[in-house]
Write a protein that binds this ligand. Structure first.
Ligand code: NAD
Length: 701
């Protein structure tokens, strides 16, 4: 009995309610309706003494149904069943209700479990309330029941950080009653029968008295949330809701929770975050490739070049449990590279992020080489030697000899032409770019660069591999700077031009920090190195029409040896603790250049600064879409959220532009074209979409 996703069965006096909604038991309206119906059956049946709610699949529940949430966010309301009332009925059920949890028990899944009278979990279970990650707060009583069950401090952490805990931690916190080692349904049933045999009855979470706590925890949590999730409304609302549980009745608390949840839905942040979440998944889909049929697992890997990037890439493989050989040209460079890798692992151990045993294990997976021995066993080889096309071609020719047939050859180049590397091999269909970001073992983004001859299967293997490495992969076309750096160049150029026109470096950086960027564009230049920025800028400038406006200040900073943090000075002066301070020398230089350039100076508002820089991203992003360098607008946003510190709650530059409305964006861009220079000519796609009343986001090739 039941509906398609929830079944109900009697087993010797116990009602077995099973939720079976693959793949992850998302709690859709249909699931909730099924649960409501099943609970009613159990309650009204006098032969039933207790209820066991479980899920036959790998997960108890990954939380609410995302498509339904997205619709609700778009409409700014929460339709569907009244979960407060439904969970109240479960809690009021006169027979003990037990949730048996395995796998993920997140969001609404955990909120259901909190309304049950008992919770048991398998060892691999993960329990949490990650709604804040989607710009929402728990809205099914989670913020009111959790502090009553596990105390205010632990409840706050779970609600505002959205980080799940494992079964052991859940047991320690009092979130669950037992961890059952065997994971079997029979075991859960036996546990429940034991409970009944001991005469245990129902117990309502909402009747519990909140344990004493330090009232300072709320301010501490607000401070931590503002730092860790800057600009986001939901974490603060989640804290407000938990605080409400400490001063209001349960019913009043639920009403406030509902009100706060509605405010989150209406804010636009949740729409952006849900979009960002779905965009990461969409990025994995490669048009023209049928399913996973041709998927091959990478069991071993190899890396050439043990410098900054090669070392990080080798660590990324080892961290995923993939054995990797790493080669450098000289034993000195190799030893330097291995020393950095060892040092990175020991830092992780010191900071408590890794056990020393685990660090040893990972280190043992990285085998240094000065020749190509072991390369024949690799399913993929990543080249990360100096950024020099002739050198890379030589290395690719060698790799073609050293690699086994069918192995993939990848380059980590940031700017060079993948097709020229492919052309020196006999396997151009197996060649692509794998553009990791620095530090490669930390940064989530990988651009997968598709060459003219790259086979779809090769892309599919790379996408799956990136996922295994814990990365977010985006397939991009082969052009200067690919997607990320190509857009970054336009963005940073405007930041520099703004300074020439009258804004101070700190004003530019602060405006973009306040907008939500992880760092301002000029400070980022100092971090990356103004020598690196110089080399890349020259590549782009070589392609600009003669007479196009070129920024002046960074060239001079570079010539002065002010290369950024590494030399203690760039746009800013750096203290030994790497704090950026304004530098009068730079101010003098800026004034000198402004005089030389003869530009009329004026002050800029933060909004103008944001529009000049972020709309530069939008305009270039539109060109990238038009040229087919990116498959979808959301892919471009994924690049910016994961590789360049764009605030996720703004969705990404293209989502942001779409949410402002294209007509406004075009109007501003047209004005910049008049007042700043012809490089601001609007991308034709923008006008085309605006005329059709469409946005960048719903554009498809
Ligand atoms: P790096 O100078 O730190 O390392 C390059 C290493 O390659 C050196 O250890 C060098 O000894 C070695 N090498 C040179 N020729 C070799 C050969 N023939 N065989 C084996 N090893 C050889 O450079 P990096 O910063 O790690 O950059 C490597 C690549 O990654 C470049 O293509 C660069 O554009 C790209 N990249 C760099 C970054 C970054 O932020 N550093 C980010 C993304 C991509």
């Amino acid at each position: 009995m039941g509906n398609d996703v929830v079944s109900f069965r009697r087993d010797d006096g116990i009602a077995l309610i099973r939720i079976d909604h693959p793949p992850v038991n998302a709690f859709s309206h249909q699931v909730w309706q099924g649960i409501a119906w099943a609970i009613e059956q159990a309650g009204g049946d006098s032969s039933i003494h207790a209820v066991l709610v479980s899920a036959p699949g790998a997960h108890f529940s990954a939380g609410a149904d995302l498509a339904e949430l997205e619709r609700a966010a778009a409409q700014g309301e929460t339709p569907g069943p009244d979960l407060h009332a439904l969970l109240g009925r479960i809690e009021d059920c006169g027979k003990p209700v037990v949730c048996a949890i395995r796998g993920a028990c997140l969001g609404e899944g955990l909120e259901l479990a909190l309304a049950a009278h008992y919770r048991i979990a398998a060892p691999g279970a993960r329990l949490g309330l990650p709604q804040v990650r989607l710009g929402l707060i728990p809205a099914a009583g989670g913020t009111q029941r959790l502090p009553r069950l596990i105390g205010v401090e632990a409840a706050l952490e779970l609600c505002w950080r959205g980080e799940p805990v494992d079964a052991e931690t859940a047991l320690r916190l009092g979130l669950i009653d037992a961890v059952l080692p065997g994971e079997s349904a029979a075991e859960a049933l036996a546990w429940l029968r034991g409970l009944l045999a001991r005469g245990a009855g129902t117990r309502r979470t909402r009747d519990r008295v909140i344990a004493p706590f330090d009232p300072a925890v709320f301010e501490a949590a607000r401070g931590a949330a503002e730092r860790a999730m800057r600009g986001q409304a939901a974490p603060l609302k989640a804290i407000d809701a938990v605080e409400a549980a400490t001063r209001l009745t349960f019913e009043e608390g639920l009403r406030l929770e509902a009100e706060l949840a509605r405010a989150c839905l209406a804010s636009g942040q949740s729409r952006a975050l849900i979009y960002a979440f779905r965009s990461e998944r969409a990025a994995r889909k490669i048009p023209g490739l049928a399913g996973d049929a041709l998927w091959r697992e990478i069991r071993r890997a190899a890396v050439v070049g043990a410098g900054t990037m090669g070392g990080g890439i080798a660590m990324a493989f080892a961290n995923a449990g993939i054995p990797v050989v790493i080669r450098d040209a000289s034993s000195e460079a190799l030893e330097r590279g291995m020393a950095t890798i060892r040092n990175n692992y020991s830092i992780s151990v010191r900071r408590g992020r890794l056990s020393s045993l685990e660090a040893e294990k990972r280190l043992a997976l990285i085998q240094p080489r000065t020749d190509y021995s072991g390369f024949e066993e690799a399913g993929i080889i990543v080249e990360a030697v100096f950024e020099d096309l002739e050198l890379k071609k030589k290395v690719f020719a060698e790799l073609d000899e050293a690699a086994r047939p069918g192995a993939i050859l990848a380059s980590n180049t940031s700017s060079l032409d993948i097709d020229q590397m492919a052309a020196v091999t006999r396997r151009p269909d197996r060649v692509l770019g794998l553009h990791f970001f620095n530090p490669a073992h930390v940064m989530r983004l990988v651009e997968i660069v598709r060459g003219a001859a790259t086979a779809p299967e090769t892309l599919a293997v790379a996408v799956a591999l990136a996922r295994r490495l814990g990365k977010v992969a985006v397939v991009v076309g082969n052009c200067l700077g690919f997607v990320g750096n190509r857009m970054f160049e336009q963005y940073r150029r405007e930041a520099q031009l703004l300074v020439e026109e009258g804004a101070w470096p700190r004003e530019v950086d602060e405006a973009l920090r306040d907008f939500g960027m992880a760092m301002g564009p000029l400070a980022t230049g100092d971090l990356v190195g103004l020598d690196v920025a110089y080399r890349i800028r020259k590549l782009f400038e070589a392609r600009m029409p003669p007479g196009a406006r070129r920024p002046l200040i960074e060239d001079r900073l570079y010539a002065m040896g002010r290369l950024g943090q590494k030399t203690g000075a760039g746009w800013y002066r750096y203290s030994p603790a790497r704090v950026a301070e304004d530098d009068p020398e730079v101010e003098r230089l800026i004034e000198e250049i402004r005089r030389e350039a003869g530009l009329s100076l004026r002050p800029f508002t933060p909004q103008e600064i944001v529009e000049r820089t972020v709309f530069a991203l939008v305009n270039e992003g539109a060109r990238i879409l038009e040229e087919g360098i990116a498959l979808r607008a959301s892919d471009i946003d994924v690049v910016w959220l994961n590789g360049f510190g764009f605030p996720a709650w703004r969705g990404g530059p293209l989502w942001y532009a779409s949410s402002l409305g294209l007509p406004y964006v075009i109007e501003r861009i047209a004005e910049f074209e008049r007042t700043v220079g012809p490089h601001w000519a609007p991308a034709p796609l923008l006008g085309k979409l605006a005329r059709q009343g469409r946005t960048l986001i719903d554009w498809q090739r």
